[in-house]
Write a protein that binds this ligand. Structure first.
Ligand code: ZN
Length: 171
């Protein structure tokens, strides 16, 4: 661990102790006595506590605000990176899902073609041809949208399945 990372960890624990109103660990206090950065951090927290207990509106120092924002940004970036990374085995899982979803596809397409043909014959003579064609087009568009949503959700479904599986095996 670099000294900067160690100081970051010490300052984070000092802040945690301050927030939970408990005494910081002896080793952290000892470090803060000999470290300029951590000592300054501890004094900032003390000053903030005094300001909070007084009637005057408290003002955190720019350094404390900047350090807190930097720490929060690091944590958010770490979580975002963990979320953005595709879980291991995603391609294999996606392949399995696509294969499973493609299996009934010919039946679905044949069924829809049959519905279109039967619907056209049924409505012929009852409705104007242009209206029958418009109804057929609407049916095709709705079916294509449904299929696009179904197959388009497979990559997300694969990632979710793997993350859930990883969570379940971790607990
Ligand atoms: Zn330090």
């Amino acid at each position: 661990m670099t000294s900067e990372a160690r100081c970051d960890a010490v300052q984070a624990r000092l802040s945690d102790a301050w927030l939970s109103r408990s005494e910081p660990a002896l080793v952290d206090r000892a470090h803060a006595r000999h470290c300029d950065a951590c000592g300054a951090h501890e004094r900032e927290l003390g000053a903030l506590a005094r300001a909070l207990s007084s009637d005057a509106p408290p003002a955190a120092s720019d350094a404390l605000v900047a350090a807190t924002l930097r720490r929060a940004a690091d944590e958010l970036a770490r979580r975002a990176a963990a979320q953005a990374a595709l879980p291991e085995g995603w391609r294999r899982e996606l392949g399995r899902l696509v294969a499973a979803a493609a299996l009934p596809l010919p039946v679905v397409l044949l069924w829809n073609a049959a519905v279109l043909a039967a619907g056209g014959q049924l409505l012929e003579g009852l409705l104007p041809t242009a209206l029958i064609h418009a109804l057929g087009a609407a049916y095709v568009v709705a079916g294509a949208t449904w299929l696009a949503c179904l197959y388009g959700s497979l990559p997300l479904l694969a990632a979710r399945t793997l993350r859930r599986r990883a969570l379940e095996s971790a607990t």
